[in-house]
Design a protein around this ligand. Structure first.
Ligand SMILES: [Zn+2]
Length: 305
């Protein structure tokens, strides 16, 4: 089996039925060979429908158990189509868009699936940015510009970190923040950027705290910056982020979901140069198999991570 489909035709050829989807999931999940969850044995036999049975202890494990696909009542083919659609949209996906594209009966299901997939877009324990990193905060949502250091109605404050590479912007990380105080900025920076990195910011005082936490902090006022902009890379990311927000989600921010929307943006942005959408498809399936099942209830009640 190919590792991933390269084109729509490939996709249709590779996944003609449930059996093929199950086969693909087991190839991705157990790419280094099947291991029994109970006794670590590598010896197994396959029962029907993606069920693996350990030859040593008899433990049965479904390829979807303990993953995002656990307990789904819908065909895996439909899930695969949803994932294929999601990775092929350059600018993000709305629930209504997904519903139409794959013909889901209910808007709510589409909404729920998208939320589940967003959770698979972040790899648990992903790396922090390192080297030369620009940081700045920006507001998204709402119409009027907000005041720095405080939240504003209907808006959300997001801290953007972008690696500076010879080719321009490297990887990015985004984090929702409650304010631009030094304590908040410090916490978010520790999550996103490796200490010992060089962090470039504008002259906002609150960033000065970074020097106490292992960062080399380089503040530049916009006035003194060569281009009149102390953090041009971050501002390019901010412009794209705002455009994406307006195009895909429109309007008011639901704070409880913001982190996941930002994860989706980051997932797409950091893979923007990946020529093969198929590789993204593989990656998203792989991460969906790595995360624990997400129930509708957790989506609705989770307010922070
Ligand atoms: Zn076993």
């Amino acid at each position: 089996m190919n590792q991933y489909p390269a084109t729509m035709m490939d996709f249709m050829d590779m996944f003609p039925n449930e059996e093929a989807c199950l086969e693909y999931l087991s190839m991705v999940r157990w790419s280094n060979g099947y291991i029994c969850l109970r006794c670590d044995s590598h010896s197994y036999w396959k029962k029907a429908r993606g069920l693996f049975c350990c030859r040593d202890c008899g433990y049965e494990c479904s390829v979807t158990a303990g993953t995002l696909f656990q307990d789904t009542h819908k065909p895996l083919r439909l899930w695969f189509q949803a994932i294929w659609y999601v990775v092929n949209q350059k600018n993000g996906v709305s629930a209504i868009g997904l519903q139409k594209a794959i013909g889901l009966g209910s808007y709510h299901t589409a909404w729920e699936w998208l939320h589940k997939l967003r959770r698979a877009m972040v790899r648990p324990g992903r790396d922090r940015l390192s080297g030369l990193v620009e940081m700045d905060e920006t507001f998204i949502g709402g119409e009027r510009s907000g005041k720095r250091g405080r939240g504003a109605e209907g808006k959300a404050l997001v801290l953007i970190a972008a690696e500076e590479t010879p080719a321009g912007i490297g990887r990015i990380r985004l984090s929702p923040i409650v304010d631009a105080s030094s304590e908040t900025l410090k916490e978010a920076t520790l999550q996103m950027v490796e200490p010992s990195s060089t962090v470039k910011t504008d002259a906002w005082d609150a960033y000065n705290i970074l020097t106490n936490h292992g960062y080399v902090h380089v503040p530049t006022s916009h006035k003194n910056a060569e281009s009149g902009d102390a953090t041009p890379l971050v501002h390019r990311v901010a412009a794209l982020l705002k455009r994406w927000w307006l195009g895909t989600h429109q309007g008011a921010i639901r704070p409880e979901y913001l982190a996941y929307y930002l994860d989706e943006f980051t997932f797409r942005f950091n893979r923007r140069t990946s020529r093969s959408r198929g590789k993204l498809f593989y990656r998203l399936i792989q991460q969906a198999l790595e995360i624990s099942p997400v129930t509708a209830k957790t989506i609705i009640t989770t307010s922070s991570r």
